[in-house]
Design a protein around this ligand. Structure first.
Ligand code: PMP
Length: 415
């Protein structure tokens, strides 16, 4: 471990909570150099929805490398990219009657968000953005300007401007009608709100503490945007690719956002890849106006295509994700009911679940206790007050139950 302390920046974080050296990983299990195996309820923060080294994806990747398929290609035409685009169109967009042009903005979530914000500003000629309380959109300056967390914002070192936060669904515990404030300031010429180019929203806030917005709230937001000529950007970086059940997390609301950001699990294999999906009429970029060296990492296209073919040609994964999500919810509810007075809250949707702790520090202690028992999970929320349950969607039922038992035991040991 001294190598990391000596040579790696102080900014490292996950390794501090899990101070072991991981070496191999298969499915929902990671193994350290001492041969100890950990069950994974973290799934690469949502980048490993299909588990570690998924054989269907690995096979396609090995074949591609073996035949000297192009690895790096900026935005040149390649066979791997063509196959990805065609498969994405056939298996994801067309069945959902979605019409988007695909932009490859760079390899991460934050680059997908930056492209979305830039394009929204270019299309509308406006600079103001609306974001939501407890939102998380990434660490580069544009994404950070629409992110809520004050510690992360502080890291910018400059004022973060041009975004106005609005209350996310249930911010006032249902005491204030939805969009009361948002509608009022949009319609009041004296409100001082700059006319927004776009609203950016997560359908379930992952980093913000596993806060799900209701379908009717999302529909209300889309309608408000439509009435006021504001573009709607859904950041599906963490909740997309099936995390909440359907491929896109906004499908439950029946809305069609103007721009959608995807990353994390789109490559399926944990390889860097990002997409910004844009309604065709908004695709007003000039060639090269937005670019980046790593927009064409072809091995990621290969595994992305394999993942779509393996998991999105039918409804099996979606259904099993919803069923597993119900299992998690039932287990967490039972745990909470068995600990009256512990001030715990069950949160989430699909396989994006969380347990909120009234006493914030207990969530980190529960995560540490879980680690001691061989289970990996992280915390989220402004005070790290939510233990986040995000296993791979492909986790087996036995592994899921084992992990939930370990988690319950860990929680009981700290409350
Ligand atoms: N948007 C959302 C909703 C996210 O959860 C994240 C990452 N946690 C990002 C954007 C940023 O992604 P990346 O870390 O790949 O830049």
């Amino acid at each position: 471990m001294s190598t990391f302390a000596a040579l790696e920046s102080e900014v490292r974080s996950y390794c501090r909570g899990w101070p072991v050296m991981f070496d191999t990983a298969v499915g929902s299990r990671m193994t350290d150099v001492d041969g100890k195996t950990y069950l994974d309820f973290f799934a690469g923060a949502g980048a490993l929805n299909y588990g570690h080294n998924n054989p269907a994806l690995k096979g396609a990747l090995i074949d591609y490398l073996q035949r000297d398929g192009v690895t790096h290609a900026l935005d040149m035409h390649t066979v791997a990219k063509r196959e990805f685009l065609e498969t994405f169109s056939e298996l994801v967009l067309k069945p959902r009657k979605l019409d988007y042009k695909v932009q490859f903005p760079g390899p991460t979530g934050t680059t997908a968000v930056e492209a979305a914000l830039k394009l929204a500003r270019k299309v509308t000629g406006k600079e103001a953005m609306i974001n939501f309380t407890n939102a998380f959109h990434g660490m580069t300056l544009g994404s950070l300007s629409v992110t809520g967390n004050s510690m992360k914002r502080g890291g910018a070192g400059i004022p973060l401007v041009h975004a106005t936060p609005m209350p996310y669904d249930n911010y006032f515990d249902g005491q204030v009608p939805d969009f009361l404030w948002f509608e009022k300031v949009l319609e009041d010429a004296g409100s001082s709100l700059n006319e927004p180019a776009a609203v950016i929203v997560e359908t379930v806030q992952g980093e913000g503490g596993i806060n799900p917005a209701r379908a009717e709230w999302l529909r209300g937001l889309a309608e408000l945007c439509r009435r006021h000529d504001i573009l709607l950007i859904v950041d599906d970086v963490q909740m997309g690719c099936g995390r909440t059940g359907p491929f896109f997390s906004f499908e439950i609301a029946g809305i069609q956002p103007d721009i959608v950001c995807l990353s994390k699990s789109i490559s399926g294999y944990g390889s860097p890849m990002g997409l910004t999906l844009v309604k065709p009429e908004l695709d007003v970029w000039s060639p090269g106006e937005h670019n980046g060296t790593f927009r064409g990492y072809n091995p990621a296209f290969v595994t992305a295509t394999a993942a779509l073919r393996e998991y999105w040609a039918d409804e099996r994964l979606e259904k099993s994700t919803l069923a597993k999500g119900d299992t998690v919810e039932a287990s967490l509810t039972e745990l909470v009911e068995s600990l009256p007075g512990a001030d715990l809250q069950v949160k989430g949707r699909g396989l994006a679940r969380g347990l909120g702790f009234g006493k914030a520090e207990l969530a980190d202690r529960a995560a540490a206790a879980a680690f001691e028992r061989g289970l990996l999970l992280e915390t989220s929320g402004p005070d790290s007050e939510v233990a986040k349950i995000m296993p791979a969607l492909t986790i087996s039922d036995d592994e899921l139950t084992d992990g939930l038992d370990i988690f319950a035991d860990a929680v009981r040991s700290v409350v």
